[in-house]
Design a protein around this ligand. Sequence first.
Ligand SMILES: [Zn+2]
Length: 275
Amino acid sequence: MKLKRIKILISGLVIFAACSTGINLFTDNDELALGKQFDTEIRNNSKEYPVNNDPQLKDYIDKKIFKEIINSPEVKKASVYNYEMEIIKNDTTLNAFAVPGGYVYIYTGLLKYLDSEAALAGVIGHEIAHVERRHATQRITSAYGLTLLMNLALGNNPSQVAEIVANLFSGLTLLANSRANEDESDEYSIKYLSSTRFYPGSVKFFFEKLRDDGKVAQGGGGLATFLSTHPDPIARISTTDQRLKSLGMDVKTYKDDGSNFFKTDYQKNIKSRLK
Ligand SMILES: [Zn+2]
């Protein structure tokens, strides 16, 4: 990202600096601009983020799962953000991530590991919540502070601009979510999925399978990145169960089955395409 660009991004934000706590200095347009930059960086870095070349698979997940969640009335910024998904070909990474403005990336390692469309929908719902709730830009705001952002907008401190840009692109700054962010995204995943064809509590299916496979304790096997960006998977299972109970919903696990799990469809349309 060029110096000039980040200045454009941040200019116009200072107006809101009168507020002092719990604020986000970025506008929706800033979210979109920042996300576009990240998406371009990711697509230009095919070594680290090779796009999975299977249009049919992408189309299936996009239409049958991603768009269905975006169409939930609880996704308030569906017409504001540029919601798009991409599949990254990396069979050893069990993860998904989102960047501001609506871009969601799913690794083939995760697709191979899950066993139902509901489980994938739960993860996607969670990632969409990071975008909707603007977690990344909230973190940038609190990490760099109002004074610094004002300096940047006023062009007073070019070296700090360079530092921020370097940090943003060093990888995990934007992706490492806090426990509070994770918790909120799990909560919103349930909200979003409640108006879809999927079991609403499926955000925890991935964690349950990891737990049963002993992968959380090991921490390895493609999980290093996941665990550094998604803390506390075990605690999140029980929190999700409590939420489902308080909403009067059935508490099921990934081992159960039901008309809202779509295990056969997952096998047929997703897993079978990942050799
Ligand atoms: Zn997350």
